[in-house]
Design a protein around this ligand. Structure first.
Ligand code: UT7
Length: 323
């Protein structure tokens, strides 16, 4: 017998304000048609004034706990993936802990930009496998609208705000690839590519800064690296693409999602797609897509799922899990 980290609840939160592509036509030289055809994005949500990453993360966490039929007291740890925490410190995760009324256990943030959720899942899995926690809330939450340069049409039309959460629970398992739970993970980064996607400010440079991206360069890396990390993770679990029920990719661009599926030899019918409604929500995109995919009735118990993501760093990775 062995331990596995099994998903027992999902939830998400999207801010009330929905911004359609056409809204950008008033202030930028852009069109709904350009945004739709180059990225697949049709609309995105933006947080209200005063609404923060930890607020959205807390709402998603409460929804995931309710879905799992669990109480805050049942949780040992919170791992929150974000690059847009409310404050420089403390972590947004400890702010979520306080907002949930959780007075035991521990909480911390993970910062791997758009790959943040696969990094968070991998770390939460390690906490469970090593026996340091039995139940972990794993959250991805972002307010990228706060770091947009609204005069840069090549970036500001692509991103949105939101949060998604999973409850991972330690369960005993056989150790075989038929087990439910996280079966394998693969993480990578290469800091030489910093200039392709970064924020030109931060604590030690004394300003918040704005997101800067060489989109077409990131695109070139994305399809190849995503297909490779997904395949590596599958191989580690002694599985192949033929075993996969759903790819749940980072939702940055429909063309990247399609290109990656094609490279893996997977049909788009087996891909959960939410980019049209959420835009790129960075570390929140995968848990949002998992939660939406489940509520749509796409993802069911026993399904084999591959998540994969790439973003600033560059950092990228994949997680294979059985739902
Ligand atoms: O989540 C983190 C990872 N990030 C990503 O995965 C993003 C990856 N990149 C992308 O999604 C795509 O590269 C973009 C959607 C950002 C851009 O698509 P593209 O097909 O790579 O276009 P491009 O950057 O090569 O630009 C094509 C043209 C340029 O004009 P010229 O130089 O050809 O005259 C841009 O100036 O499109 C222009 N352009 C726009 N036109 C209308 C850029 N943004 C806009 C816009 N509206 N909003």
């Amino acid at each position: 017998m062995t331990r596995r980290a099994v998903v027992v609840g999902t939830g998400h939160y999207l801010p009330a304000r929905v911004v359609e592509n056409a809204e950008f036509e008033a202030s930028l030289e852009t069109t709904d048609d350009w945004i739709r055809s180059r990225s697949g994005i049709e609309r995105r949500h933006f947080a209200a004034e005063g609404e923060t990453t930890s607020d959205m993360a807390t709402a998603a966490a409460l929804a995931a706990l309710a879905d799992a039929g669990l109480e805050v007291e049942d949780v040992d740890a919170i791992v929150l993936a974000t690059s847009t925490a409310d404050l420089t410190f403390p972590s947004a995760a400890t702010m979520v802990q306080a907002k949930l009324g959780m007075t035991r256990g521990f909480a911390f943030d993970i910062q791997a930009v758009c790959a943040g959720f696969v990094y968070a899942l991998t770390n939460a899995n390690a906490l469970i496998l090593s026996g340091q926690a039995n139940r972990v809330l794993v959250i991805g939450a972002e307010t990228f609208s706060r770091i947009m340069d609204w005069s840069d049409r090549s970036t500001c039309v692509l991103f949105g705000d939101g949060a998604g959460a999973l409850v991972l629970e330690a369960q005993s398992a056989t150790g075989s690839k038929e087990d439910r739970g996280i079966l394998s993970t693969d993480l990578n980064s290469d800091g030489r590519y910093k200039d392709l996607l970064y924020v030109d400010g931060g604590v030690s440079t004394q300003n918040t800064g704005h997101l800067r991206m060489q989109g077409n360069q990131v695109f070139r890396h994305a399809v190849e690296k995503l297909a490779k990390t997904a395949t590596t993770a599958l191989e580690r679990a002694e599985l192949t693409t033929a075993d996969v029920d759903w790819i749940v990719p980072h939702q940055a661009n429909i063309r990247i999602i399609q290109g990656t599926a094609k490279k893996m030899g997977m049909s788009m019918e087996k891909v959960v797609v939410t980019v049209q409604d959420h835009g790129n929500t960075s570390a929140a995109s995968i848990p949002l897509a998992l939660s939406v995919g489940k509520s749509r009735g796409q993802i069911k118990a026993g399904d084999l799922i591959v998540t994969e993501a790439i973003g600033g760093g560059l950092a990228w990775g994949a997680v294979v899990l059985r739902w």
